[in-house]
Ligand binder design. Sequence first.
Ligand code: CMC
Length: 428
Amino acid sequence: MSETAKIELDGKTYEFPVVVGTENEKAIDISKLRDTTGYVTLDTGYKNTGATKSAITFLDGELGILHYRGYPIEQLAEKATFIEVAYLLIYGKLPTQSELNDFSNSITKHTLVHEDMKQFFEAYPAKAHPMGVLSSMVCSLSTFYPESLDPNRSPEAKDLTIHRLLAKLPTLAAWSYKNAMRHPFMYPKNNLDYCSNFMYMMFGMPTEDYTVDPVIVDALNKLLILHADHEQNCSTSTVRIVGSSQANLYATISAGISALWGPLHGGANQAVIEMLEQIHNDGGDVDKWVAKAKDKEDSFRLMGFGHRVYKNFDPRATIIKKACDDVLEKLGINDPMLEIAKKLEKVALEDDYFKARNLYPNVDFYSGIIYKALKIPTEMFTVMFAIGRLPGWIAQWKEMTENNEPIGRPRQIYTGETPRDYVEISKR
Ligand code: CMC
């Protein structure tokens, strides 16, 4: 007989099924809890709540394991391209050569954005944060493709929307940067691969030839792969909850981009580099900043440290740290931020405060240093994360719609006033 969990409430015992995942993760299925007992569970921040069953990404925070569709992140980061990984996440299997060609060609075919959208960019102030621009632009795509408004129209229509979005996100991202620089927009080039095309649209100029360094393309592929999915994090949960109302994919991903923006989530990569620069400009006294991070009276936190799920090490951080050394060496860059980051990591890892709380560098601790080496401006770091995370968001949305999951709607415990009579304004 399968395992059950017993809960005793008001002198009565109730039994609930235990669900076991393929990696032996266990959950108590409380979906009938309220109907049978009248109780709900309370779990602010969803620290113990499994919101769905998913076959996309497995991670073990204690052992520092991350798999996409069963493939270890280390192997994918070493051997695959970002587009191959996007296919894997979205369609559940590694593509054959001809499947990959078809997928790549379809994406390449859709990289242009509608000319009318250029006017939207021009209306933003030059100082507009590119994440705000990106989120709005992605939602605006829904107005140009009304056939996407019904997310369940047909599998073909769903695929077309997915390919359009994957194709257009780098164009929109690069154009948000060009707009901030008040430089001319560069149109995508269909003979370039996904990463090269993005770099070309970011840094190419109509006045000169631009060739992308293969070292940069490799580094970008790796970074995007490492960010491609991370199961039910803040932005992915946002995507699933917005998508559960059957909002269209563009609106849904736009919400995911907004959720990613915050410094506790994807915005941490920008916050890390700003923190390292602050420490550098302050004389580089790492101990002083570690002490600040430990001081409960001080709101300063070590950005790029700590993770809700990883409590031993973040496997993505290990790969990125090595990639960071490689890229800087190959590009011949000597960045003092890297030295400060390494010192900070060493001091923090030996400190009891960080050890007791299992705080380790996360994926964002070193990624900013690589982005900086690739000449990506700091405000674009979180945009890079969004480009990387897009296939994961899409895969999670697709899985949710295909499983006909119900609309997301948590409960609450009300702690406000009990009923009272309205008082006329003159008597208050
Ligand atoms: N520096 C100093 N203290 C910290 C830090 C930090 N970066 N992170 C957590 N703590 C302390 C926190 O003060 C608390 O201490 P105490 O138990 O004494 O009250 C304890 O560690 C547990 O922290 P928490 O905030 O309850 O943990 P959480 O799981 O709610 O938060 C986190 C996880 C990532 C939001 C948090 O560690 C943090 O704010 N880190 C810095 C921001 C960051 O790097 N975010 C990127 C995450 S990785 C990219 C992604 O996937 O989004």
